[in-house]
Structures are given as C-alpha cells and as structure tokens.
Design a protein around this ligand. Sequence first.
Ligand code: GN1
Ligand code: MG
Length: 364
Amino acid sequence: MDRLNIIAQQFAASRLITNVRAFGSGNINDTFLVTVDAAEPHFVLQRINTHVFQQPALVMQNMRIFTQHVYDKLQHEMNPSDRRWAVPRVLLTIDDRDHWVEPDGTYWRAISFIDSSASLDTIQDLEHGREIGYALGRFHHLISDLDPAQLADTLEGFHITPQYLEYYQRVLPTYTGAIDLEVDYCLKFIQERQEWARVLEDAKSDGKLPLRPIHGDPKVNNVMICTTTQQAIGIIDLDTVKPGLVHYDIGDCLRSGCNRLGEETTAWEQVQFDTQMCRAMLEGYLSQTSGFLTSDDYEYLFDAIRLIAFELGLRFFSDYLAGNVYFKVKYPNHNLDRALVQFKLTESIEAQETAIRSIIEDLR
Ligand code: GN1
Ligand code: MG
C-alpha cells in the first residue's frame, strides 16, 4: 500500500479504499478525494499545512464547536419546506481521534464529502452569484448566535490588514530581484493606500464593528452547488472559522465572485469588478442577514469590498517578495501575477465607488 492509502485507511475503518486522488485547488493545505466501497462512497482527506496553522488541534476544536452549533440550530429551525443545507462532518480514526499524525509529524484529518454537489472556480451567471451570496448569508445567520469567544484564534493576524503591511515592510528590504514595471506598479499601489488600509481595524477599535464568528475564506470555490437544483447547499473549508469581522467575509466573497476572469487569470490588465454581479451577490447575502446587520455594518461595506481585494494583493505580493513561502506556486512569478490581478480589481472597485455605494444603499 502506498503512503496515501495507509493514511486514508486510518479514517476508512474497515471499508475498502478503491481510489485516492488529488482534489481541489487550495493554496495552503493538500487535499485528496478518497473513494471507498460503501454507501457513502467519498470522503475528503487533508494534510494540514502546519507552517500556516501552527496549532492544528485548535483548528479541529473550532470545527467541532462550529459544527455542533450549526447542527443544533438547523434541527430547531428546519421545517420541511426549507432548502437543503449540508455541513461537512469531521471523520474519526479507528481509535476515535479527529486527526492522525505520521511519525514525521505530518498532520492529517478527514471530512465528509457533500454528495451530489460541485464547486466552480469562477461564477457562471447572476443566478450562481445570488446563490454564492445566499450561502455566505445563510452561513453567517447560522452562527450569528454563536459566541465568538468560544472559538480560538487559530491564525493570528488573519485579515488584519495593518499587520500584513508590517510584514510587507519587513520583507521588502530582503527582496533582491529586479524592480521591473510590474513590481514598481505594486510598490506604488501599496504606498498610496497605506493610510486607508487601517479602515476596518480602526472601526473595530472604535467599537463600530463587533467581532463575530466568521468563515474567513468564503471564495466562490468554497461554496458547494447542488448538481440537480443548482442551489447552494453548503460552505466547505472551515479551517479559518474563528472570530473576525463579517466584513472580511463579505469583502472576500465579492472580490472572488465579481472578478469574472478569476483570481488565477494571467490577463490581469483586463480584470474588472462586475457591479451587476455585486448586486446579485449582495441580494442573496442580505436575504439572510438583514435581520442582524447594523447601520454601521452597512456603512463599512464598500470599504470592505475594496480592502479585502487590496489585502489579498498585498499578501500575494509580500509572499512574492519573500520568495513564495506561504502560498503554493506553480511558477516563480505566480504570486506576482496573482497580486496584479487583485490590485487591478481594487482599481476597478475604486473607479466604480459611486455605483457600488448606490447598490448598497438600494439594498439596505
Ligand atoms: C488561501 O488555501 P485556500 O486556497 O483555501 C488563503 C485565503 C486566500 C486564498 C486565495 C489560510 O486559501 O486567505 O483568500 O488562498 N488561506 C489562508 O485563493 O491563508
Ligand atoms: Mg481556505
């Protein structure tokens, strides 16, 4: 048996494993789809990147608290006419552990696969966009009464833009590559937005925006779409469920969905923020969340959309400068290309500020 089979077997109990293959397009963890000879034929096997998630046990603890809360809430809330909503389950090893560590310290865990569903890297049409927004809204609604203090901070500084700026200032002097036109564009782009980049953290310190439990990474391909109804039926990738601002999630979801070329495009000069898609996604989102959003929450929506696109560009660019130590890359300039995509998207958001603000006003 090869290594992956041996690991998968830890979570498969006595079921026969018929296939293990690489799955998805994550930038941090390694993911595999395992097929077993059983009524529930698939599960997801993941190697946690412990360079990023340094306390994987806390990631698993958050997942358990989150899952229990959502299961309880769904049981109380569900009536037969409700749409299906699936929550991935953590699978246990033969000796009842939620993870398995190889002798060299590699950390593995397994999660149930949401059957009859698929996810896509880019949004297909406005209906799909509405469903992505709905999914994030339903997710926020389901955890809106979970006390964020119950969740551990598993990734310190995650989405705290000023901390990414500090990191950028630290790695910049270590960069020994060329300052070509593209690198120069990124340097100036960041320079011009340094002051504004504190906007959400300032609002948090001023008590305008509360900490709530969030997903942390609600990009388009983390929303599962039912292959028969085309409706959103769940959100996966729960590693970054932890306390934060819902604005991080809303910004992340929109920067992912409203960029029709996708974050991996190399045609960065053509990247645009699609405001029609923004309306569809926000409509879906607000159909689930208008009950608990405050007027301050609405006030900061535009900044959130602009900031999370900028922040992801900054994260990619800093990683390029640092020699690609955080995000997986397929070629040396991959993180530079990714940064350019996010900065172009930010520019497009800035150019359409009036239109985006009026969509938000219309929908509130
Ligand atoms: C990373 O690994 P993945 O693809 O689920 C990153 C997100 C980024 C995303 C960009 C823990 O997510 O914050 O938005 O790449 N996750 C972490 O694709 O840093
Ligand atoms: Mg993720």
